[in-house]
Structures are given as structure tokens and as C-alpha cells.
Design a protein around this ligand. Structure first.
Ligand SMILES: Cc1cc2nc3c(=O)[nH]c(=O)nc-3n(C[C@H](O)[C@H](O)[C@H](O)COP(=O)(O)OP(=O)(O)OC[C@H]3O[C@@H](n4cnc5c(N)ncnc54)[C@H](O)[C@@H]3O)c2cc1C
Length: 386
């Protein structure tokens, strides 16, 4: 994998992994128990430029490419998937605004997001369902002067507990519409969600909007565009971030499982001497390599604006999230009883891994989107042959 990276990307990868080894991995179990990330950690990430990594320098970002963003997420996924989710949502909000925000919105929101002084939350999912976005219930009502009233509820929103700004998608009549709402907006309420299976420290919340006044200047794009143009930008970076984070977790499982297999003695033998353990390790190591290549392809395609960047991000997220679930399952198995205790990193990986198959579209929704994409390409090929 390293041979596919430029010298700059390799140097940054070393920095990211060093940061995670020093400041993230040692504390991840404690954050998981406390179900929160200390503000000092977020500040440290902000100071390193991690929260505005892809935003242009003119907005106080670092201007890094998507490959570097992927390496950052991979490094953090090894240490703490719940904290990596902060990189996910920050990029989703920032990159959506960079593409679709007005000049005024960009100059107001991007610098504090880039400096990490403000956290962004991406509010799409509702209690009525996250997979079928056409059935969103959150409603904008036109006031007649270009402004709107917003009513509805969002749920499972990462970092809602600490976000300073929310990118919200709802409907005006049958047209999807997006807007940006500062946390202090009257009528916007956040209720923390605790007790999650994994990503326990990701500060999730339910967000309720009661007669919220939305001025025209807060709209992102025009009515009708939110699901076809606005949200897909956020979801593209969200899927890349999630895929690379899952890749980091697979690496964590692989490293923990192989070290344990090499050193844990059972009578005269090590765990790693048994054939059935070989099978798990061979599978895990191969999936690690394959997921890494898919993630790199998705990041590169996004950087180079290739037409299949969307499909490549779907494939990377679909494959890496499933690989994470399988790797965590096998890593716990290889660790045996010790892997079932909270002190073992593999036990946290086991809980966190499942989340990757749910967020940014479930595995079933990925299968739906990918198969449609492949069949459409098949139809075009068939038409050319005829
Ligand atoms: C830790 C965590 C963080 C999250 N962060 C955010 C966030 O920041 N912002 C946000 O907006 N959301 C967030 N979510 C929500 C997440 O995106 C949704 O949970 C996800 O999209 C699935 O929606 P749902 O939970 O409503 O499941 P449902 O839509 O009710 O789906 C339930 C099951 O039905 C399946 N299913 C649904 N439709 C189909 C179909 N057409 N074909 C086959 N199977 C189908 C699904 O795959 C799933 O298995 C987060 C969730 C978690 C757990």
C-alpha cells in the first residue's frame, strides 16, 4: 500500500499514526466507558489541522487531498472509531458547504469549521427511517417572504451533543430542501442518546425542530435539490471516511490477533500453530489488503473527479464495513476469553465494527445502489453490442 502513496502522503500517514498511538489509543477504552470524548482531545485534533483537513487554505483549512483524508481516517479507525466519526461528520458538513454554500455561508461557517472551533452535524435520519429518504417527515413551510418554518425530528445524529451547526434536510411539499441551523436557534432542541452498542463516545443526539424560523440566507441550495445534489456530496465523503475508518479497525484486529496468536501458549503450542486459526488469519490479512486497495481507489477517484467515484466509494464502504465485522469476530475468537473483557481492544472493536454496516447507508442499501449501478452499466454495454 505504501508504495502507492506520494512522499507527502507517507509522511502524513506517519504523523497520523503517531498522534493516534500517543493521544487516542491509550484513552479509547475510557472514552467508550464514559460515552464521551474530552474537549481537550478535540482541541488537540483541531490544532493539528485534522478537523479542517480538506478545506482550502483560504478558509483556514489544510487543503489536503482525499487520499490524505483517507489515511487520517484509517489511522483514527485503529485507535477509536467513535472519534473517527467526528472526522466523518465534520467533513460531511464542511465539504457540502464548500460545494453548495453561498459565498456568505462559506465565509461565515468554513473558517470556524476548518479551525475546529465549531463542530458540524449532518442531520438526515429520522425516527420514521433512515434508508428511505423520500419518506422524511421533517417539513419546511413557506412564509411567503423567502423564509420558512421548520418542524420535525432527527435521530441518531453523531456529535449532536456538541455541534455548533446542523445541516438539516427536510421537505417543502414534495421538494427536498436543506438548511444550516446554528445550535442556539430558538426551537432547536438536542436530547443526548446514550447506551449504544458501539461508537459509544460519538455524542449522538435526537434533534427536534419546533416552529424554527429559517431565513432565506440559511438555505443550502434550492428546493428540490437536497437529495439529488446537496446531501450526496456529504454522503460521498461520509462513505469514504467510514470505509477508511473500518479499514483502520481491520488493521487493529489483524495486529491484535496476529500478536496474540504468536505469543499465547496453550500447552506446548501457540494459538497461531493451529490450522483453523490459520484460516481466520489468512482471511483477515487478505481482506485488510483488499479493503485498503478499494479505499485508496475510492479516494483517488474522488480526487480526480472520476465518473465512477460514487460507485467506488460505495464499494469501499460496503466491503470494508463487512470486513470489519468479520475481522472483529475472528479477532475475539483468537483472543478467547480474554477477548471478551472490556480491557481487550478487540472487544470494543467487536461492538464498534457493527456500526460501520449501518451508517452512511446500510449494507443492504449499498447492495441496492451498487447492483443498480452495475445493471445500468450492463444495459449500456448490451445496447452498444446490438
Ligand atoms: C452510531 C450511529 C451514528 C449515526 N450518525 C448519523 C448522523 O450523523 N446523521 C444521520 O443522519 N444519521 C446517522 N445515523 C443513522 C444511520 O444513518 C441510520 O441508522 C441508517 O441509515 C439506517 O436507517 P434506520 O436506522 O432508520 O434503519 P431502517 O431504514 O429502518 O432500516 C432497517 C433495516 O431494513 C433494511 N432496509 C431498509 N430499506 C431496505 C431496502 N430498500 N432493501 C433492503 N433492505 C432495506 C436496512 O438495511 C436495515 O437492515 C447514525 C446511526 C448510528 C448507529
Amino acid at each position: 500500500m505504501r508504495s502507492f502513496l506520494t512522499a507527502d502522503q507517507q509522511a502524513r500517514q506517519r504523523d497520523f499514526r503517531e498522534f493516534v498511538a500517543l493521544y487516542v489509543e491509550p484513552a479509547a477504552a475510557e472514552w467508550d466507558r464514559a460515552q464521551s470524548i474530552p474537549a481537550a482531545t478535540v482541541t488537540r485534533m483541531a490544532e493539528a489541522g485534522y478537523l479542517g483537513n480538506m478545506l482550502p487554505v483560504k478558509y483556514d483549512g489544510r487543503g489536503w487531498d482525499t487520499v490524505t483524508f483517507g489515511l487520517l481516517n484509517e489511522a483514527f479507525g485503529r485507535g477509536c472509531p467513535a472519534l473517527t466519526d467526528l472526522l466523518t461528520v465534520q467533513a460531511m458538513v464542511s465539504m457540502t458547504l464548500l460545494k453548495w454554500g453561498t459565498d456568505e455561508q462559506k465565509s461565515r461557517w468554513l473558517p470556524p469549521l476548518a479551525r475546529g472551533e465549531m463542530i458540524g452535524a449532518f442531520a438526515l435520519t429520522e425516527p420514521s427511517g433512515g434508508s428511505h429518504l423520500k419518506s422524511l417527515q421533517t417539513q419546511f413551510t413557506e412564509c411567503g417572504d423567502g423564509s420558512y418554518r421548520l418542524n420535525g425530528q432527527k435521530t441518531w445524529i453523531s456529535y449532536a451533543q456538541t455541534a455548533g451547526v446542523f445541516l438539516v434536510v427536510g421537505y417543502v411539499d414534495s421538494r427536498p430542501l436543506a438548511c444550516l441551523l446554528p445550535r442556539e436557534t430558538p426551537g432547536l432542541q438536542v436530547e443526548p442518546i446514550t447506551g449504544l452498542l458501539g461508537f459509544r463516545a460519538a455524542g449522538l443526539g435526537r434533534v427536534t425542530f419546533t416552529d424554527v424560523a429559517v431565513p432565506a440566507a440559511s438555505l443550502v441550495g434550492k428546493p428540490g435539490t437536497a437529495l439529488s445534489y446537496i446531501a450526496p456530496i456529504g454522503l460521498q465523503y461520509g462513505r469514504i471516511s467510514t470505509a477508511c475508518s473500518a479499514l483502520g479497525l481491520v488493521r487493529g484486529c489483524f495486529e491484535e490477533a496476529t500478536s496474540r496468536a504468536a505469543t499465547r501458549k496453550i500447552g506446548p503450542d501457540t494459538v497461531g500453530s493451529f490450522g483453523m486459526i490459520h484460516s481466520m488469519i489468512a482471511h483477515m490479512g487478505t481482506e485488510l489488503e483488499a479493503a485498503g486497495l478499494l479505499c485508496l481507489a475510492a479516494c483517488r477517484a474522488t480526487d480526480e473527479r472520476e465518473p465512477d467515484a460514487f460507485a467506488k466509494a460505495l464499494m469501499a464502504k460496503y466491503f470494508a464495513s463487512r470486513a470489519a465485522v468479520a475481522a472483529a469476530n475472528d479477532a475475539v475468537q483468537i483472543w478467547g476469553g480474554a477477548g471478551c473483557h472490556e480491557d481487550a481492544p478487540v472487544s470494543r472493536y467487536y461492538r464498534d465494527a457493527k456500526i460501520y454496516e449501518i451508517i452512511e447507508g446500510t449494507s443492504q442499501i449499498h447492495e441496492e445502489l451498487l447492483s443498480r449501478n452495475f445493471i445500468e452499466a450492463g444495459a449500456k454495454r448490451a445496447a452498444q453490442i446490438r
